[in-house]
Design a protein around this ligand. Structure first.
Ligand SMILES: Nc1nc2c(c(=O)[nH]1)N[C@H]1C(S)=C(S)[C@@H](COP(=O)(O)OP(=O)(O)OC[C@H]3O[C@@H](n4cnc5c(=O)[nH]c(N)nc54)[C@H](O)[C@@H]3O)O[C@H]1N2
Ligand SMILES: Nc1nc2c(c(=O)[nH]1)N[C@H]1C(S)=C(S)[C@@H](COP(=O)(O)OP(=O)(O)OC[C@H]3O[C@@H](n4cnc5c(=O)[nH]c(N)nc54)[C@H](O)[C@@H]3O)O[C@H]1N2
Ligand SMILES: [Mo]
Length: 762
C-alpha cells in the first residue's frame, strides 16, 4: 500500500471525546406527564417522518414498518403481533427510520470543509444531524481531515493492518445489535478463521447480566415467553424498564393484558409516564375508538408502582420471597419436581433481616403487600426487565433474585408465565444466536470448525470492557466495528478515548457520523453501509426478536448513495483478501448464507423455506416447556445476600438513562417530553429533600464529581420525584463519570445505573 506504515506512539489530534458542555438555546420545563403516547406521539411520528425523509418517502417508510414482508423496525427488539395494525410502529420507531431515511448527506465536500478536530467540537446531536455517510473515507496518520478512498483500497488497507499484527489476538471485532443474522454469521466466521474470539459487542454493555443469570439458573440465556403469554398472564411485573420510551409497542401488549384482567406492577425509582396511563396511538385509526381515545384519559397501566431505591431490587425480591414463604405460598410440587438448590436459597433467605431489607429497598411493608398478595394468588406471572436490572455491580444477582421469585411460585413452563428480559437493539439477540460472542460454547465451535474445515480458536476472547483495557495496555492494535458507537456507548469516556487513540487502525462500518469516527486510532477508516430500510440488491435479511422469533426484513428504499455497500458485502470483501477465500457466492444469494447457518446452528432446519413464511418461525425454547438445560435438568434457586449501600455524606447514586428523543448514542432531539424537560439534555434529576439539603433548586447549575477526579461539567438541576439519595442523568453525557473498573460481577457489564457522585455548585 502507498500509505506509510505506523510506529508512532499515539494519535495526537486534539479531539474532544465528549459532546461539548455548552448547550445553547432555550429550554422549558413542565411537570412530568401521566399519560404516554396519545395524540402527541402520533404528531411527533409524523413530524419526524416529514422532516427527515420528506412526506412521500416518510409515509412509504412508515407504511412497511413491521408489516409482514416489510422492514423490521430498527428501534427495539419488541416482537410483532400476529394481527398487525395498519400502523404497526411507534413514535420512536418512526424517529429511527426517519433518521436513517434523512435527505441530508455528510458527503465528500463535508469532510473537506471540516477537520476532525472541528467536528469533535460539535455536539453529538449536531453530528447526527449532518445526514448519511456517502463514501468510504480515510484518515491518514497525523492528518487533520478525512479524505475519500476507493473501496478496494480501504479493504486492502484494513487487511494489511490485520495481517501486520503479531498475532490475531491483537485484533478486535465489535458488533452493534442492528446487524442482520446473515452479516453477523459471516463476521464471526471471519474473526474466528482469522484466529480470534475477540468479538466484543453491545450486549456486553446491555443484557449480558441477564444472559449470565439465566444461563446459571435455567441453562439458556434467553427469555422464555411469547406475546401470547402476556395476553394470558394474571400478573406482569416490570422491573427497571421504561417501555413508554424504549419499547413503546410493548404498551399495546400490556394494554391487551390489562383488558384480559392482568395486574401490572412497575418496580422503578421513577414513575415513568407509560406505566401510569397510556393512550394507544393505533386506536386513532379506528372510526369510533379514535374519537374516544382522543377525548378519554387513556388506560390506567400500573396497578402498583414501587419506587424502589436504586439497586434495591435484590433486597425487595428477598423480602417478597420471605413473605411468600411465610404465607405458605411456595409452589411445592413445582419446587420439588422441577428445581434444585432450594435449601441453600432458603438458608440464605432466612439470614436476611426483614427490616433491613425494607430499609435497603426504601419501601414499606404496606407498599409491598399488594405485590405479595397478587403473586401468592396465581402461577400466571410474567417478569419483564431491562437496564435498571442489568447495569449494576450486582446485576447478575438482580436477575437471580427475579428467577428465585419466579421459581418459588412455579411461574414458568406453562402459558401466561415466564421470564422476559426485554432486549434493546432490534437484532442483538439474533447476533448472539449467530455466534457474536467472546465466550463461544465448545459445541458451537465444534460444529463451526467441522462445517468450514478449520480449527477455531478455543481461548475466550475479549468483551467490550476487556477490549478497552487491552487497547490501553497496547495489547490490541486494530479495532473493526460493525455498527455502533464504541466511544460513546462505553463507560469512562476519557479512558476509552485514550484507549482508542492507542490503536494503529480503527475501522467503523456505519450509516451516520458519530464521535467514534473522530476519536480514532492513528489511522482510521469509515466504511459507509446500507441501512436496513434500503434496497439491497433484491435480497432480504433475517433478524430474531426478543421472543426468539426469526423473520425476514427487506428494505426497498433507494440507497442514500450509490457508493454504499451492504454489511454482508463489506464482510465478504474483507474475507476475500484476509482469508484468501471467495465469498462472492454468499453475496449474490443470501440463501447460501442461510444454508450455512442451518448447517451450524441448531433450530434453523429448513431455514430458507421457513423464514419465507410471512410471520417467520420460533426457535426452540425448552425452559418455556418446563425443561431446563442445566447439568441436573432442573431450574436452580440461588442463595443471595442483598447489598447494602452506605454512601459517605454528600454522595449520591446516579443512574444514566435514556431520554425520549434518543436511540442510545444517537440524539434525535433535545426533549424528554414524558419527564417534562424540553430543549436540554445536561440535566440532573434530584430528590426535593436532597435539593433542599444542598440548597439547590430547579434551574441551578452544578458540576458532577465522580471518583478519582472524574468530572462532568455544567448540569442543570431538575427537582424531581426520585427516591432520596438517588439521581439520574442522560447517557452518554455522563458516561465520563463511570469508572471502567465498576462492572457487574459475573457479566463484566459496566454498572451504568449506580455511579457514585457528588455535586459542586457552579
Ligand atoms: N427510543 C429508544 N428505544 C430504545 C433505546 C433507545 O435509546 N431509545 N435503546 C434500546 C436499547 S439498546 C435498550 S437496552 C433498551 C433500554 O431500555 P430501558 O432499560 O427501558 O432503558 P433505560 O433508559 O436505561 O431505562 C432504565 C429504567 O430502569 C430504571 N432503573 C434504573 N435503575 C434501577 C434500579 O436499580 N432498579 C429498578 N427497579 N429500576 C431502575 C430507570 O428509572 C429507567 O426507567 O431500549 C431499546 N430501545
Ligand atoms: N451510561 C450508559 N451507557 C450505556 C447504556 C446506558 O444505559 N447507560 N446503555 C448501553 C446499551 S444497553 C447499549 S445496547 C449500548 C449501545 O451501543 P452501540 O450499539 O455501540 O451504540 P448505538 O448508539 O446504538 O450506535 C449508533 C451508531 O450505529 C450506526 N448504525 C446505525 N444503523 C446502522 C446499521 O444499520 N448498520 C451499521 N453498520 N451501522 C449502523 C450509526 O453510525 C450510529 O451512529 O450502549 C450502552 N451504553
Ligand atoms: Mo441495549
Amino acid at each position: 500500500m502507498e500509505f506509510e506504515s505506523i510506529s508512532a506512539p499515539l494519535n495526537q489530534r486534539d479531539v474532544l471525546a465528549q459532546s461539548p458542555a455548552q448547550e445553547d438555546g432555550a429550554y422549558k420545563l413542565t411537570s412530568p406527564q401521566q399519560v404516554a403516547a396519545g395524540l402527541p406521539a402520533v404528531l411527533s411520528s409524523l413530524e419526524y417522518a416529514m422532516k427527515g425523509p420528506g412526506p412521500l418517502k416518510g409515509l412509504a417508510l412508515l407504511r412497511t414498518l413491521n408489516q409482514k414482508g416489510g422492514v423490521d423496525c430498527t428501534s427495539c427488539a419488541w416482537p410483532d403481533p400476529e394481527h398487525r395494525s395498519l400502523a404497526e410502529f411507534c413514535e420512536n420507531g418512526a424517529k429511527a427510520v426517519a433518521d436513517e431515511g434523512t435527505r441530508k448527506r455528510a458527503d465528500k465536500q463535508f469532510f473537506v470543509r471540516y477537520s476532525v478536530e472541528e467536528l469533535s467540537r460539535r455536539s453529538d446531536y449536531w453530528l447526527n444531524q449532518q445526514g448519511r455517510l456517502t463514501e468510504p473515507l480515510y484518515l491518514a496518520k497525523d492528518s487533520s481531515h478525512y479524505q475519500p478512498i476507493g473501496w478496494d483500497q480501504a479493504i486492502q488497507l484494513t487487511v494489511d493492518r490485520l495481517k501486520g499484527l503479531d498475532n490475531p489476538q491483537q485484533a478486535l471485532f465489535y458488533t452493534s445489535g442492528r446487524t442482520s443474522n446473515e452479516a453477523a454469521f459471516l463476521y464471526q466466521l471471519l474473526a474466528r478463521r482469522f484466529g480470534t474470539n475477540n468479538l466484543p459487542d453491545c450486549a456486553n454493555l446491555c443484557h449480558e447480566s441477564s444472559g449470565v443469570g439465566l444461563n446459571d439458573t435455567l441453562g439458556v440465556s434467553k427469555g422464555t415467553v411469547t406475546l401470547y403469554d402476556f395476553y394470558q398472564a394474571e400478573v406482569i411485573v416490570i422491573v427497571g424498564q421504561n417501555p413508554g420510551t424504549n419499547h413503546p409497542r410493548m404498551l399495546t401488549a400490556l394494554e391487551k393484558a390489562k383488558k384480559n384482567g392482568a395486574r401490572l406492577v412497575s418496580i422503578n425509582p421513577l414513575a415513568e409516564a407509560a406505566l401510569v396511563r397510556f393512550k394507544n396511538p393505533q386506536d386513532f385509526l379506528h372510526p369510533v375508538h379514535g374519537i374516544q381515545t382522543l377525548l378519554g384519559s387513556g388506560t390506567q397501566m400500573a396497578d402498583l408502582h414501587l419506587p424502589v431505591r436504586l439497586n434495591g431490587d435484590v433486597a425487595l425480591f428477598q423480602y417478597v420471597c420471605q413473605q411468600l414463604v411465610a404465607r405458605g405460598a411456595v409452589e411445592k410440587a413445582f419446587v420439588e419436581g422441577s428445581t434444585s438448590h432450594f435449601a441453600t436459597f432458603k438458608a440464605a433467605l432466612d439470614r436476611e433481616d426483614p427490616q433491613q431489607l425494607l430499609d435497603q429497598c426504601g419501601l414499606s411493608a404496606q407498599q409491598i403487600e399488594p405485590l405479595v398478595d397478587w403473586l401468592a394468588q396465581t402461577r400466571r406471572i410474567v417478569f419483564c426487565w431491562a437496564m435498571g436490572v442489568t447495569q449494576h455491580v450486582n446485576a447478575v444477582d438482580n436477575v437471580r433474585a427475579i428467577v428465585n421469585t419466579c421459581l418459588l411460585r412455579g411461574a414458568i413452563g406453562h402459558p401466561g408465565a415466564g421470564l422476559c428480559p426485554v432486549r434493546g437493539h432490534s437484532n442483538v439477540q439474533g447476533d448472539r444466536t449467530m455466534g457474536i460472542t467472546c465466550y463461544p460454547k465448545a459445541a458451537f465451535l465444534d460444529r463451526l470448525g467441522q462445517h468450514f474445515n478449520f480449527t477455531p480458536p478455543r481461548n475466550p476472547g475479549l468483551d467490550t470492557v476487556k477490549a478497552i483495557e487491552a487497547m490501553l495496555a497496547r495489547q490490541a492494535h486494530v479495532l473493526v466495528c460493525l455498527g455502533g458507537n464504541f466511544l460513546q456507548a462505553s463507560p469512562d469516556t476519557e479512558t476509552t478515548a485514550l484507549a482508542l487513540k492507542h490503536l494503529r487502525l480503527s475501522v467503523q462500518i456505519s450509516t451516520k457520523l458519530n464521535r467514534s469516527h473522530l476519536v480514532t486510532g492513528q489511522e482510521a477508516l469509515i466504511l459507509p453501509c446500507l441501512g436496513r430500510t434500503e434496497a439491497d440488491n433484491h435480497q432480504f435479511v433475517t433478524v430474531e426478536n426478543s421472543m426468539s422469533i426469526v423473520h425476514s426484513s427487506q428494505g426497498r428504499q433507494t440507497p442514500a448513495s450509490p457508493n454504499l455497500r451492504s454489511e454482508v458485502a463489506i464482510v465478504c470483501d474483507l474475507a476475500g483478501s484476509l482469508l484468501n477465500t471467495d465469498w462472492t457466492p454468499y453475496l449474490h444469494n443470501y440463501d447460501r448464507i442461510r444454508s450455512e447457518i442451518e448447517a451450524v446452528i441448531p433450530g434453523f432446519s429448513d431455514f430458507n423455506r421457513r423464514v419465507r413464511h410471512p410471520s417467520g418461525f420460533a426457535l426452540p425454547n425448552l425452559p418455556r416447556q418446563g425443561f431446563f438445560l442445566t447439568g441436573d435438568g432442573k431450574a436452580h434457586f440461588s442463595p443471595l445476600q442483598a447489598p447494602s449501600h452506605q454512601l459517605p455524606a454528600g454522595h449520591y447514586h446516579m443512574m444514566t438513562i435514556r431520554s425520549h428523543d434518543q436511540f442510545n448514542t444517537t440524539i434525535y432531539g433535545n426533549d424528554d417530553r414524558y419527564r417534562g424537560v424540553l430543549g436540554k439534555r445536561r440535566v440532573i434529576f434530584l430528590n426535593p429533600e436532597d435539593a433542599a439539603l444542598e440548597r439547590l433548586k430547579t434551574g441551578d447549575f452544578v458540576d458532577l464529581l465522580g471518583e478519582q477526579g472524574r468530572v462532568a461539567e455544567n448540569f442543570m438541576v431538575v427537582v424531581y420525584p426520585i427516591p432520596p439519595g438517588n439521581t439520574a442523568t442522560y447517557f452518554p453525557e455522563s458516561n465520563v463519570l463511570i469508572p471502567i473498573t465498576q462492572v457487574a460481577m459475573g457479566s463484566n457489564t459496566p454498572a451504568c445505573k449506580s455511579v457514585m457522585i457528588q455535586l459542586r455548585r457552579r
